[in-house]
Design a protein around this ligand. Structure first.
Ligand code: SF4
Length: 211
C-alpha cells in the first residue's frame, strides 16, 4: 500500500464531505480557555466540557484567578467531566505555572506546553494548531487514532507512535487539515461502534470497510 498516496486521497475526499468541519468542538475565546478546556476533555466528550466551562471561566477568567482557586470549588464546577480530583489539580497547577514561568500567557512551543501538568502532546498540539496556527505535530485524539488505524495508515495503538507514523506520510502543511477532517469523519461516519461504511466517501480504499 502506498500510504502517502492513500492519505492524500482520503484528505481530498473528506474535504468535500466536511467543508465546514470546525477547528475544534470545544468552545473557547482565548488560548488560556482552550488550554484548560482541552485538559478537561481527557476521557470525556467535548459537549460535556462545553457545559461546565462557561461557569468555570466566569469564576476564574485568568490564570492568576484560577491558580488561587480552592480545589474544592473547582471540583464542584468541573465534576460532570469525570476524574475531577486529578483534573482540578492539573488546571490549578497549570494556571500557576503560566503565571510563574510564562508571564501569565500560554506558551507557543511543544517543549514548554508539555511542562504543564495534564498537558500531553495531544493537548499541546490542539493548543498550538488551533489557537496559534503552529504545526509542531498532529493532534491524535481518539477519533484520529481509530480512523487512521482503520484506514491502514498506522498499526500503532499509542498516540505518540500513531503521530509518528502520520508525520512520516503527511507533509507538514497537511497535519492540521488531517486532524480536522479525520476528526469530523470519526464523529459523523466512522464512529467507534457502528461505522457507516456504505455511505463512507473513502470506502473504496479502506481496508476495514464492511459493505
Ligand atoms: S470504510 Fe468504514 S471503516 Fe473505513 S473509514 Fe469508512 S466508515 Fe471507517
Amino acid at each position: 500500500m502506498n500510504a502517502e498516496r492513500n492519505a492524500q486521497i482520503v484528505l481530498d475526499a473528506l474535504k468535500k464531505v466536511y467543508p465546514d468541519a470546525p477547528k475544534t468542538y470545544l468552545n473557547w475565546d482565548n488560548p488560556f480557555q482552550l488550554l484548560i478546556s482541552t485538559i478537561l476533555s481527557a476521557n470525556t466528550t467535548d459537549a460535556c466540557v462545553n457545559k461546565v466551562t462557561p461557569n468555570l471561566f466566569k469564576n476564574y477568567p485568568t490564570p492568576r484567578k484560577l491558580m488561587n482557586a480552592s480545589q474544592e470549588d473547582v471540583i464542584e464546577l468541573i465534576r460532570p467531566c469525570g476524574t475531577y480530583n486529578r483534573k482540578s489539580e492539573y488546571i490549578i497547577s497549570s494556571a500557576r505555572m503560566l503565571v510563574e514561568e510564562f508571564e501569565g500567557k500560554v506558551p507557543k512551543s511543544m517543549n514548554d506546553l508539555v511542562k504543564l501538568k495534564g498537558v500531553s502532546r495531544k493537548t499541546a498540539n490542539v493548543v498550538l494548531s488551533v489557537a496559534f496556527g503552529i504545526n509542531e505535530g498532529i493532534v491524535v485524539d481518539t477519533h484520529v487514532k481509530r480512523v487512521s488505524k482503520r484506514l491502514g495508515l498506522t498499526e500503532e495503538k499509542y498516540p505518540k507512535k500513531v503521530e509518528r507514523d502520520l508525520i512520516a506520510i503527511l507533509p507538514e502543511s497537511l497535519w492540521y487539515e488531517y486532524a480536522r477532517l479525520i476528526g469530523a469523519h470519526g464523529r459523523q461516519t466512522c464512529s467507534a461502534r457502528s461505522p457507516d461504511c456504505s455511505n463512507c466517501a473513502v470506502n473504496e480504499i479502506c481496508p476495514s470497510a464492511q459493505i
